[in-house]
Write a protein that binds this ligand. Structure first.
Ligand code: 4NP
Length: 157
């Protein structure tokens, strides 16, 4: 099993979207028994909450239901359990790097490193913006999910 954890700040917008989109891709590719998917936040504010309604609506627009997800915070054990710990932005990456045991730091990646064609390094935080920000998140997440799956196939499957 290859396990992937998507991480953002609140675990109610970007990382639940990534979890939902990537899981749908894994299922379409018949890899559900080989690749595990989860998400978490670096912050604690939204623990136990479902994804933001705007994130749910944007995902539903792409045929992905993320309504059953509940937010949780990243914990030390995640660096054991997950082969890929994927940050949405540089701030998430820095927080994960300071939390991780040094030997596990090479498990941390920027999500958009798997989508160089986007020309972006970070998935922008859509929380304080309009609905368009959530559609941009979906576009970036769909692109990076394909690149991440290619990397998993090349390195693990
Ligand atoms: P996320 O978005 O990190 O993509 O889940 C945010 C959600 C909540 C907050 C910030 C970002 N917040 O400050 O509560």
């Amino acid at each position: 099993m290859v396990n992937v954890l998507f991480v953002c700040l609140g675990n109610i917008c970007r990382s639940p979207t990534a979890e939902g989109v990537f899981r749908a891709l894994i299922e379409r590719e018949g890899l559900a028994g080989k690749v595990g998917v989860d998400s978490a936040g670096t912050g604690a504010w939204h623990i136990g909450n479902p994804p933001d309604r705007r994130a749910q609506a944007a995902a539903r627009g792409r045929g992905v239901d993320i309504s059953a997800q509940r937010a949780r915070q990243v914990e030390l054990a995640d660096f054991d359990a997950f082969d890929y710990v994927i940050a949405m932005d540089r701030s998430n990456h820095a927080d994960l790097t300071s939390l991780a045991p040094p030997a596990a730091r090479d498990r941390i990646h920027m999500f958009l490193a798997f989508a160089p064609e986007t020309g972006l390094r970070e998935v922008p935080d859509p929380y304080y913006g309009g609905a368009g920000g959530f559609d941009e998140v979906l576009d970036l997440v769909e692109a990076a999910s394909r690149g991440l799956l290619d990397d998993i196939r090349n390195r693990h499957l």
